[in-house]
Write a protein that binds this ligand. Structure first.
Ligand code: BG6
Length: 471
């Protein structure tokens, strides 16, 4: 087996605007839903932004991005995934005219990437719906959001058509099933939201995503537009056929999103689910045609796998990336209870490829851990994060296996290539980066950047095209 990853493989790292930029109200930016989520999904939202919300300042990427991009370039990044904060461009989301200062910021950011030959990979909507759209329209439950999103994507496509080639429509679009406020800007309490309203909101997002793909292809013939799903492979807890069917049904709930994006229509199993749950999607004339604008590639996050069972007595829910699931007795977990399963990434790559035959892009993978800043023995500071190196090494070895299995993989961006604020808990102490940021959950810290041990390791991985991976 070839130890080197293919030539042209896009190595890099990923962040999202709301988790790193800070500057939450600078240069005309409006509020986003994140500004009222001081503890992520771990505690109720607030009415107004509060000082304990670490995302208001983030890691100050808005002001320090030139230094950060330079460090990414030093690691040899070929690609950098970030998102555009919708509320920088349209502060309320429903204006007709964009905020020029917001647009200018991303001009500078993308130019900085290109200075080092780094290709930006841009998520159009990464858990940062303008707050006004959530409050005024109940987020994606309203069909009006399609028009506002269309105006936004037309604006950014027109502005960045020559600087951005890779686009993702919605981050982890399937997570709206579990976190309707964070993922879909839906203000109605999760407990009160009916399945009817939730799936109608999903329909609006799917239409918006297909429309963005259509418009993107028209405006930027050379661009590649992908969907983005949260992957969490599901294993049967036992070999019982009942457990296997429970797995199939759980997987369908997630595959549904990719199936619509890739096949351009609603699959039979979801129609059955709608029928049995009294859900009637309100389709407008033309919707079915719009859905036929299918994506060029499928991107996904992968952190962990879960189990599923049909036995209610064994159905206890473990912790995990937004969805969670039944814990697997064979796996160990991270400090945040996310079960670590490197082989799961090979499995998911094969399943997606077999199902969709579309190029795949791993746009999130990484380990959230508590890091300790120590003296590096040369007058500076570092973090001895061998645990992170092990995690990434083991996952990349499985990506290499998937390539050998014949899966078409465009690239790999580690999540949180620089420490940032967690999405689920809004903590800074849950660190993912190759670069340590001196910023703490009590609001202390200088925002100074320090290279961790994993920084040099990843640089060598990229330089050797994966040849130095061990195992
Ligand atoms: C994904 C999100 O769910 O997982 C990211 O797309 C998020 O925004 C990442 O940060 C890791 O999750 P967390 O909760 O540890 O930040």
């Amino acid at each position: 087996m070839d130890k080197k990853f293919p030539e042209g493989f896009l190595w890099g790292g990923a962040v999202a605007a709301n988790q790193c930029e800070g500057a939450y109200n600078e240069d005309g930016k409006g509020l986003s839903i994140q500004d009222v989520m001081p503890h992520g999904i771990a505690a109720p939202r607030t009415e107004e932004p509060t000082e304990d919300n670490m995302k208001l300042k983030g890691i100050d990427f808005y002001h320090r991005y030139p230094e950060d991009i330079r460090l990414f370039a030093e690691m040899g990044f070929k690609v950098f995934r970030t998102s555009i904060a919708w509320s920088r461009i349209f502060p309320h989301g429903d204006e007709e005219q964009p905020n020029e200062k917001g647009l200018a910021f991303y001009d500078k950011l993308f130019a900085e990437c290109h200075k080092y030959g780094i290709e930006p990979l841009v998520t159009l909507s990464h858990y940062e719906t303008p707050l006004h759209l959530a409050k005024q329209y109940d987020g994606w439950t309203s069909r009006k959001l399609i028009g506002f999103y269309e105006n936004y994507v037309r604006t950014v496509f027109a502005r960045y058509r020559d600087t951005v080639k890779y686009w993702l429509t919605f981050n982890e679009i399937n997570s709206v099933l579990h976190e309707p406020f964070m993922s879909g800007g839906i203000y109605t309490d999760k407990e009160k939201l009916s399945k009817q309203d939730l799936y109608q909101a999903i329909h609006h997002e799917l239409i918006a995503s297909a429309l963005a793909t259509k418009i993107g292809h028209e405006m930027m013939p050379d661009a590649q537009i992908g969907c983005m799903v949260l992957s969490m492979p599901t294993y049967p807890l036992t070999p019982s056929p009942d457990d296997m069917i429970a797995v199939m049904q759980a997987e369908h709930m997630n595959y549904f999103f990719g199936d619509v994006h890739v096949r351009g229509m609603y699959p039979g199993y979801i129609k059955r689910y709608f029928h049995e749950n009294g859900i009637r999607i309100n389709m407008e004339p033309g919707d079915e045609e719009i859905l036929k604008n299918t994506v060029d590639f499928v991107s996904f996050s992968y952190y962990m796998s879960v189990c599923e069972t049909a036995d209610p007595a064994k159905k206890k829910k473990g912790r995990g990336n937004l969805m969670g699931g039944v814990p697997n007795p064979y796996l160990k977990a991270s400090e945040w209870g996310w079960q670590i399963d490197p082989q799961g990434i090979r499995y998911v790559l094969n399943m997606f490829w077999d199902r969709w035959q579309k190029p795949l892009f791993i746009v999130e993978n990484g380990l959230g851990a508590v890091d300790e800043l120590i003296d590096d023995g040369m007058g500076g500071k570092t973090v001895d994060d061998g645990y992170r190196i092990d995690y990434l090494n083991d996952h990349l070895l499985q990506v290499r296996e998937a390539i050998a299995d014949g899966v078409d993989i465009m690239g790999y961006t580690t999540w949180g290539c620089i420490d940032l604020v967690s999405a689920s808990t809004a903590e800074l102490k849950k660190r993912y980066g190759f670069i340590y940021v001196d910023r703490n959950d009590d609001g202390t810290g200088t925002f100074a950047r320090y290279k961790k041990k994993s920084f040099d390791w990843y640089r060598k991985v990229i330089a050797s095209r994966g040849e130095i991976l061990e195992g």
